[in-house]
Structures are given as structure tokens and as C-alpha cells.
Write a protein that binds this ligand. Structure first.
Ligand code: ATR
Length: 275
């Protein structure tokens, strides 16, 4: 196969039908007058990655479910965050040397900023112990939130994750007293996502200043966000995290921080609604 010189970027994962990354990155590429195209590479196996990266000679890639961990053995190096999380969502290709990064932490923290000052005296409740959860715990600790209760339907998975973070204590799934004591509740489960049941959580008894962060962005208004609105709690959806992680990937590839403006935000919102 002929080698094409650096003019392509993309996302690898499976499935990718719903991925909004091409819309976002192609807009930013255009806006910054960069002559690149951002494509989807829906791989049946991560072993096809060698063909995608090396033969197409891509400048960079995003990596999504289910390959964030499996990709690591194909890379030459990792940045500190990706190394610690053992998960990569961004790759930069520098003359054939592939370095892995994790920008989910940056994305999560940009969403967290929308919630303003956080009460460090009260615990953060993290719901879920799947792929997305460790980046969330890592971010919370980085932000100085050291009092974290982790709850997961399958408690063994939470216990396993806890081993790495002394700031985390494992609690029973949706234990009422614990939920009521929360300063911040973060949903990192798939509950509320299109095709999944809602998170069965009533926010009627939490404190008035409890804040809610749902990292789900499809749909934007999950049942959890509706509950937060009902009780006038400050909340953030998964959209700023999605935009923030992409913004950081773009910065890694081009050294340019692309703008998250009203136009692209409403375009992405529209696409989410129509999916
Ligand atoms: P991701 O990479 O998106 O985090 P994942 O690794 O499959 O996906 O994790 C999904 C999370 O949602 C897990 O915490 C999962 O709980 P289990 O570890 O018990 O599977 C949680 N989850 C999914 N469906 C759930 C349900 N019906 N009730 C409670 N938790 C659920």
C-alpha cells in the first residue's frame, strides 16, 4: 500500500456510528485552515491499527470503546496521565513514533469547572466502576477532592479500583444515607444513556447545595439531569466533557487550542437530538 503523507486524523473504535468527533474536529480543522480530514475507522480488531496508523501515516487519532487499553501495546510511549490510567484516548504520530495521551481528565475537569466552588468537606459520590470511571477519580483527586465514595452495582469492580486510590472508599450501590451526604454526585455508569435504563436515583433528600455531574451526553437531558432541575440543584451534563477532551486532543496534534463557540456547541446538540 502506498504511504500517504500526513493529512488525515481520525477516531478508532467499534461501534462508531454515533461518533460526533468527525463533526467537531472537521469544523475546527476548517476554522483553523488546516488541510486535514478527520475520519472514522471502525475496526473489527485492534490489530488492524497497524495498517491504519502506519500505512496511512496518520498525524493523530482518537481512541474510543473498546480499545482504550488494548491500544497501548501498539504505542512507543505514554504521557503521565495515560501511563497512570493505563488508558489512551489520543495518539500523536511524530515521524512514526506513536505517543498515547489521555485527555478525558482534561475534559472531565472542564465540565467540573462549570459547577463552580465545590464543598471539600462533603464527600463526592462516584457511581460506576467501568472504563470511564478511573479518569473521573483521577481528575477528582487532582482537583483536591480527597473524600470519594465509590458505588457500583458489581461491588468487586469498585473494590478493585479502590486499591489504586487511597482517597476512595467503597459503599453499597445507591446507599441512601451516603447519597444524602454528598457534596457532588457523578454518574459514570451507562445508566441514562440511549438504550439503557435510567439511573434510579431520587434527589429529593440531598442537600440544597449538592451538585450533579452526569458524564452521559446522549441524551443531554438524562433522568438524573431532570431530577437535578426538579430540585434546583446545580448540574453539568456530559457535553462539556466531550468538547473538552476533543479540544485537548486537537491541542496535542496542532499546538492550537480550538474554540468551543456557540455555533459548534449548538450543531453538536442538534446532532445528539437527531440521533
Ligand atoms: P464504560 O467504559 O462506558 O464505563 P463499562 O466499562 O461497560 O462502560 O461500564 C459501565 C458501567 O455502568 C459499569 O459501572 C456498570 O456496572 P457493572 O460494573 O455492575 O456492570 C454500570 N451499569 C451498566 N448497566 C447497569 C445497570 N443496569 N445497573 C447498574 N449499573 C449499570
Amino acid at each position: 500500500m502506498k504511504t500517504i503523507k500526513y493529512n488525515t486524523l481520525g477516531v478508532v473504535g467499534n461501534p462508531l456510528r454515533q461518533s460526533l468527533s468527525p463533526t467537531l474536529h472537521n469544523y475546527w480543522l476548517n476554522q483553523n485552515k488546516l488541510n486535514y480530514n478527520y475520519c472514522k475507522f471502525e475496526l473489527r480488531s485492534i490489530n488492524e491499527i497497524d495498517v491504519v496508523i502506519k500505512k496511512l501515516n496518520l498525524k493523530g487519532l482518537n481512541v474510543t470503546i473498546p480499545y482504550k487499553k488494548e491500544i497501548i501495546k501498539h504505542l512507543h510511549g505514554l504521557d503521565k496521565t495515560a501511563e497512570s490510567l493505563q488508558a489512551v484516548n489520543t495518539i500523536k504520530n511524530s515521524n512514526g513514533k506513536l505517543k498515547g495521551y489521555n485527555t478525558d481528565v482534561h475534559g472531565f475537569l472542564s465540565g467540573l469547572n462549570n459547577l463552580g466552588e465545590l464543598n471539600k468537606e462533603r464527600p463526592v459520590i462516584v457511581l460506576g466502576a467501568g472504563g470511564a470511571c478511573e479518569a473521573v477519580i483521577y481528575s477528582l483527586v487532582k482537583r483536591g477532592l480527597n473524600h470519594i465514595f465509590l458505588m457500583n452495582r458489581t461491588i468487586e469492580k469498585a473494590k478493585h479500583l479502590k486499591k489504586k486510590y487511597k482517597q476512595v472508599k467503597v459503599k453499597e450501590w445507591l446507599e441512601k444515607d451516603i447519597i444524602q451526604s454528598a457534596g457532588l454526585i457523578v454518574n459514570c455508569t451507562s445508566l441514562g444513556m440511549v438504550g439503557y435504563p435510567s439511573l434510579p436515583l431520587n434527589l429529593g433528600k440531598v442537600g440544597k447545595d449538592t451538585k450533579i455531574y452526569d458524564i452521559v451526553y446522549n441524551p443531554l437531558e438524562t433522568k438524573l439531569i431532570k431530577e437535578a432541575k426538579k430540585y434546583k440543584l446545580k448540574y453539568v451534563t456530559g457535553l462539556p466533557m466531550f468538547l473538552g477532551q476533543a479540544q485537548k486532543s486537537f491541542e496535542i496534534w496542532f499546538g492550537i487550542t480550538p474554540k468551543i463557540n456557540e455555533y459548534i456547541t449548538s450543531k453538536i446538540k442538534g446532532k445528539i437530538k437527531n440521533q
